[in-house]
Design a protein. Structure first.
Length: 221
């Protein structure tokens, strides 16, 4: 799965704040229909999932009740265009801009297993529900690296519709599976008849809020 520049669940949420985290899953959702402020788009989407390490403001370990690290995910449009959220996060994560040759094709598997500092906030969605979202992904400070990073817990996984492992697919949450199954890439691979595309009236461009790609941190299994 390569990014290029072409020109809520019922569970314990990750607390707000800055956390040390490790990217351990990247899942290809295929092309998804999105609507924001009346503008409808068809965009290739992915999800990155991070396991969170450290303590909350009260000094309690950030863990699930079973002792495993908590996790949080972020949706991205698969693009390295100048204003793309994925590009901005990867640049702040790596601590440098993309070279021209990298913009022609950056393999997302390069960030699997990489550590980051993620900034987590709670935000109110249009449906009135409160969501926990990653707003920034940054590089880990040298002082934290020199002290020693914890051992990663989860196995690394890159799941792509170009070569889907359906046994792994069955371990995803119903929410994730439903999104993937709705994509034209999934239907084409499974030879499912697709509805003809609907024509939509052109919309005036809008200024994004920065929250267009965000959803609640839904667990994968």
């Amino acid at each position: 799965m390569i990014a290029t520049d072409s020109g809520g669940g019922d569970f314990k949420p990750v607390p707000a704040g800055m956390h040390l985290a490790r990217c351990y899953r990247i899942i290809d959702l295929g092309t998804q229909k999105t609507e924001f402020q009346g503008q409808v788009k068809m965009q290739r989407k992915i999800i990155m999932q991070f396991e969170v390490h450290g303590e909350d403001d009260s000094g309690q370990p950030i863990r699930m009740d079973d002792g495993k690290p908590m996790s949080i995910s972020k949706n991205y449009t698969l693009s390295l265009a100048e204003k793309a959220t994925l590009r901005a996060d990867l640049q702040s994560w790596r601590g440098r801009d993309f070279r021209p040759d990298e913009l022609r094709g950056f393999e997302l598997k390069n960030v699997l297993g990489a550590w980051a500092m993620i900034s987590v906030v709670q935000a109110m969605g249009n449906n009135g529900k409160e969501y926990t979202n990653i707003v920034n992904v940054n590089s880990v400070p040298s002082i934290i690296k020199s002290a020693g990073l914890p051992k990663g817990h989860n196995d690394l996984l890159l799941w792509s519709l170009e070569d889907p492992n359906m046994q792994v697919f069955e371990t995803f949450s119903n929410n994730i599976k439903t999104k993937i199954q709705a994509s034209p890439e999934y239907k084409a691979r499974m030879q499912i008849p697709q509805s003809p595309p609907q024509r939509t009236a052109p919309q005036a461009p809008h200024q994004g809020s920065g929250f267009e790609d965000m959803e609640d941190d839904i667990p994968f299994n």
